[in-house]
Design a protein around this ligand. Structure first.
Ligand code: DX5
Ligand code: ZN
Length: 213
């Protein structure tokens, strides 16, 4: 089983002081999860590559593109902004291998994601060329939603297929649901509300980690 990583999602942080917010989790987290929404693939829009450029952290930036057909130049914007990994959605791209290939060509990690109602079968042919699979545990678009338990069968199946791959879960992750996903085989845990709604962010992360022992 690959290393456990905690990735606080800054979608739930105060973006007007994002670097200060990141400082409070930096010592305890492994990556910073950055949600990019285009208003097409999902109804809302969030921050862009120019914003990502202003993020100052020693942690890797885990960029989650909830974006319809991201072009090479769009993806390159996030590479140049310092992304460590870029994850794209199966439902958003007609020719996934093209975008995965472009991300890999830029020598950063490539991830693919599926929404709760998308079958794992849609991803199987890409499993050999990606570094990470993001199994969405809520519908993409909003923070603060309830964890969808039925997504766990995909985590379980994927872990059997790929013992070494990073399996990320995102949406409604707290100490309890992180434990559930961990038992099924997830090793990368994105958490927004359960970390940034708390005054003591370090304690919030420690509580998640405590459940993963
Ligand atoms: C939702 C985003 C998540 C979001 C998770 O579309 O992909 O990363 O920030 O937020 P919580 O942890 O509050 O469910
Ligand atoms: Zn996300």
């Amino acid at each position: 089983m690959p290393k456990i990583k905690i990735a606080p999602s800054i979608l739930s942080a105060d973006l007007s002081k994002v670097n200060q917010e990141i400082k409070e989790v930096e010592r305890y987290a492994d990556m910073i999860h950055v949600d990019i929404m285009d208003g097409v693939f999902v109804p809302r829009t969030t921050v862009n590559a120019d914003f990502v450029k202003t993020i100052k952290t020693k942690l890797p930036l885990d960029v989650h593109l909830m974006v319809h057909e991201p072009s090479d130049s769009y993806i390159k914007g996030f590479v140049d902004a310092g992304a460590y990994s870029i994850t794209i959605h199966e439902e958003a791209c007609k020719n996934l291998s093209k975008q995965i290939g472009f991300i890999k060509k830029n020598r950063i990690k490539a991830g693919i994601s599926i929404k709760p109602n998308t079958s794992l079968d849609k991803l199987k042919k890409y499993l050999g060329i990606v570094d990470m699979v993001l199994i969405m545990t809520v519908e993409p678009g909003w923070a603060g939603q309830k964890f969808i338990q039925s997504t766990m069968s995909k985590v379980r199946e994927l872990r059997k297929l790929k013992p070494e791959i990073d399996i990320e879960v995102d949406g409604g992750i707290d100490p309890l649901t992180a434990r559930i996903a961990f038992e099924e085989g997830a090793n990368v845990f994105v958490a927004g509300t359960s970390i940034f709604s708390r005054k003591d962010r370090a304690a919030a992360i420690k509580e998640i980690l405590q459940g993963l022992k």
